[in-house]
Design a protein around this ligand. Structure first.
Ligand code: FPP
Length: 245
């Protein structure tokens, strides 16, 4: 099926790293008189199609916000359902990730999750570890302020143990202490659902990212929306604080 706008994308100017806040699942479900979890299931379907599409487009890294450190404040039932959905998705999706040469990676304090979930995640990461194509980076039990504090702590220990001179702390060194140490910063951050917030997502990493918002709830987010985001991105001029050449 033809995808509107696809031919207009400049393949030489693709964002290397796209980050997405998958927002609006709950409202999507409520609007249909469905339980909120139905929205998360529908959101997982959208994720599947966007992951495959990004891999086809040759995007190098796709980071998605699946569960934040703040999401624990939700009713226990919803938290449990989201985590169960995640496990179901990972188990089911590993074959598709392998078929598309996609490597799975996690960002956040996912090691603090219950052992059953942790083990499934480890297994999925392991099963895709030899893939050399796109990286699907899932932010799970992730909070950016917490990540920054964690980096500060580990750098402080190095200083306290005499392994690092405070004068040598620079952006490059700081980055090495973030979960995303080995990834390029996102070029494009997408947030659907009409909310214009960053919600504690990748605050260090998105310093120079282009931001793109749309009104569709995540379960309604289509490949065409991603194309619109990429086309807008390609029309923007990134100066990184400098001047136009
Ligand atoms: C935000 O919508 C979404 C979440 C907190 C969960 C996102 C999870 C998925 C899309 C499930 C699949 C994920 C993976 C990695 C398999 P919201 O509930 O805050 O929506 P609302 O703002 O309308 O209430």
């Amino acid at each position: 099926m033809e995808i509107k706008g696809l031919e207009a994308i400049d393949r030489n100017k693709l964002p290397t790293h796209i980050a997405i806040i998958m927002d609006g699942n709950g409202r999507w479900a409520q609007k249909r008189g469905l339980p909120r979890i139905a929205g998360h299931w529908a959101g997982a379907e959208t994720l599947r199609s966007i992951v495959e599409f990004c891999a086809e487009l040759n995007i190098k890294v796709l980071t998605v916000f699946a569960f934040s450190t703040e999401n624990w404040k939700r009713p226990q039932d919803e938290v449990k359902s989201i985590l169960n959905l995640l496990i179901y998705y990972l188990k089911k999706e590993v074959d598709i990730l392998n078929k598309n040469n996609i490597k799975l990676m996690m960002t956040g304090d996912w090691q603090e999750l219950p052992p059953r979930i942790r083990e499934e995640i480890k297994k999925s990461i392991e099963l895709t570890s030899n893939n050399t194509g796109m990286i699907l980076n899932v932010a799970l039990n992730y909070g950016s302020r917490r990540e920054i504090l964690r980096a500060c702590k580990s750098i402080s220990y190095m200083v306290a143990n005499g392994k690092l001179n405070p004068e040598d702390i620079d952006e490059k060194l700081f980055k090495k202490h973030l979960f995303t140490a080995d990834l390029p910063d996102p070029d494009l951050l997408i947030r659907p659902s009409g909310e214009l917030r960053l919600s504690n997502f990748l605050l260090w990493q998105i310093a120079y990212s282009e931001l793109w918002f749309c009104d569709a709830y995540w379960p309604d987010f289509k490949k065409e929306d991603l194309i619109r985001a990429i086309l807008d991105y390609q029309r923007r001029e990134r100066r990184f604080g400098g001047l136009t050449k």
